[in-house]
Design a protein around this ligand. Structure first.
Ligand code: NAI
Length: 472
């Protein structure tokens, strides 16, 4: 039986499989889950509709869910964020071939149009043989939103637009729902009724869920993954610290050192962004509306200003707020020639791209995919100029680069009471290895350490006084 899919090209699967193999090594947590729970199949019966950036790391997650017994269908949660080789490899699967795929249904490719994007989201929710998913794994809340809007449309014949709805996207969703309901008038009610719960990955998606909840319209329970500290204090901060400049570098090849960079928003993501730009030698200015976050930025040594005060002097602008219209068309018309403008927040409404498109005489030139020069005509005493917009205002770390890499075990400096000369035995605790001497735990055993030896001679424990420390 063939695997349903819509990806760029299955021939990319081999390249994707190599990258997945390397990422697996960097993702010991998921690999340990496979080892520990693979046999007991705790996810048997789970039918998961996944809407999360279809990257190499997501591929490892998908194949872990399958290894634990789940059935899965997947789409990306952004039109630019798919790594086509990863999508192909997931469809083909570890045991399949391009001619005989044995993997997971994936509907995602880099550079989808909006109608294609929403059609892909629909395909993860509409299962074959009349089945429905019973869980949504969401990032940004689009899959959850479609179920809610679909059910509302079926019940009332209308879907009121909300303040955050971009008119073009809203029209696309309405068209899709009309066609979908014409085909099956109870589709979305059935899907909604079948969902046991949703997990939500990102800040903006969590905000959406709170809005549904406050309005009393949330249709099923939701797990807020974002606000667990191991997510927001790591992925949001250190992930973006890595991937922001990766995106800017791949897109522009501009030296960041010595430039003036503005980061809008000093939450978890803004903190990572500001640090990464400063690490490259940029002079970073932060704009914030929350006084505590603004104070944190000042205490961290950044200049804090309003965008209006610095819009004419900065070379790089990054929005990281989860809020809309942070950079307006008017701001962009005041920027320096060839200023770089990008967004790393979840949705494309932080930068007013529609307003930019409406500026009289503006011209858009594609430098390369996801990098556009917007030529602005002279205005009064302001000479003609260009600005460079990344990923059309969508999250640039996934549009121009490949998002966050995985986080492997982090080796910390040894604890003060560690005595390397003390007899030290390592014993396996299910898939973890615990050292009774230094109290470190690890998902894999250190080289040289065997469970049968009572004295631990692991070189990693003895080398230069550095040992892995227990996670906190
Ligand atoms: P957060 O809520 O911790 O921080 C946002 C900050 O922006 C807040 O301090 C808020 O006061 C500030 N802010 C809001 N409106 C503003 C405005 N007009 N001007 C200046 N500052 C303003 O949120 P977090 O976790 O930092 O996430 C930010 C965005 O990034 C969200 O959309 C989130 O979904 C997204 N995100 C993106 C990731 C990526 O890989 N691209 C990864 C994780 C989150």
């Amino acid at each position: 039986m063939t695997v349903e899919h819509h990806v760029r090209d299955l021939a990319l699967a081999e390249a994707g499989r190599h990258q997945i193999r390397l990422a697996e090594h960097e993702m010991p947590g998921l690999m340990a889950l496979r080892e520990e729970y693979g046999a007991s199949q705790p996810l048997a019966g789970a039918r998961i509709a996944g809407s999360l950036h279809m990257t190499v790391q997501t591929a490892v997650l998908i194949e872990t869910l399958v290894a634990l017994g789940a059935q899965v269908r997947w789409a990306s949660c952004n039109i630019f964020s798919t790594q086509d080789e990863a999508a192909a490899a997931v469809v083909v699967g570890p045991d399949g071939t391009v001619d005989d795929p044995k993997g997971v249904p994936v509907f995602a490719w880099k550079g989808e149009t909006l109608p294609e994007y929403w059609a892909c989201t629909q395909r993860i929710l509409v299962w074959p043989n009349g089945e429905t998913p019973n869980m949504i794994l969401d990032d940004g809340g689009d899959a959850t939103l479609l179920v809610h809007k679909g059910k509302e449309f079926e019940a009332t014949g209308v879907v009121p637009s909300t303040s955050e709805d971009d008119s073009e996207e809203y029209a696309v969703i309405l068209d899709l729902l009309r066609a979908s309901i014409a085909e099956d008038p109870q589709r979305w009610t059935r899907v909604a009724d079948g969902i046991v719960g949703v997990t939500e990955e990102t800040t903006t998606g969590v905000h959406r869920l709170y809005e549904f909840f406050a309005a009393g319209t949330l249709l099923f329970p939701a797990i807020n993954v974002n606000d667990s500290v191991t997510k927001s204090k790591f992925d949001n901060k250190y992930g973006t610290r890595h991937s922001l400049i990766d995106g800017i570098n791949r897109a522009t090849d501009t030296l960041i050192g010595g430039k003036v960079a503005v980061v809008a928003g000093y939450g978890d993501v803004g903190k990572g962004c500001a640090e990464s730009l400063r690490g490259q030698g940029a002079r970073v200015i932060v704009t914030e509306i929350d006084p505590i976050c603004a104070l944190q930025a000042a205490m961290d040594g950044y200049q804090v200003a309003t965008l209006e005060d610095v819009v004419e002097i900065a070379d790089i602008f990054v929005t990281a707020t989860g809020c809309f219209d942070v950079i307006t068309a008017e701001h962009m018309q005041s920027m320096k020639h060839q200023a770089i403008v990008g967004n790393i927040g979840h949705f494309d409404n932080e930068i007013d791209m529609a307003g930019l498109g409406r500026v009289a005489g503006v011209e858009k030139v594609e430098i390369k995919p996801q990098v556009h020069e917007w030529r602005l005509p002279a205005q009064g005493d302001r000479p003609a100029r260009s600005i460079i917009v990344l990923s059309e205002g969508r999250l640039l770390n996934l549009g121009n680069a490949t998002g966050h890499p995985s986080l492997r075990d982090v080796e910390l400096v040894r604890e003060p009471d560690h005595r390397a000369d003390r007899a030290c035995s390592r014993r396996p605790t299910s898939t973890r290895w615990a050292c009774t001497c230094c109290r470190s735990t690890s998902t894999r055993r250190s080289p040289g350490c065997t469970s049968t030896r009572s004295a631990c001679t692991s070189p990693s424990l003895e080398a230069a006084g550095r040992v892995p420390r227990r996670r906190r």
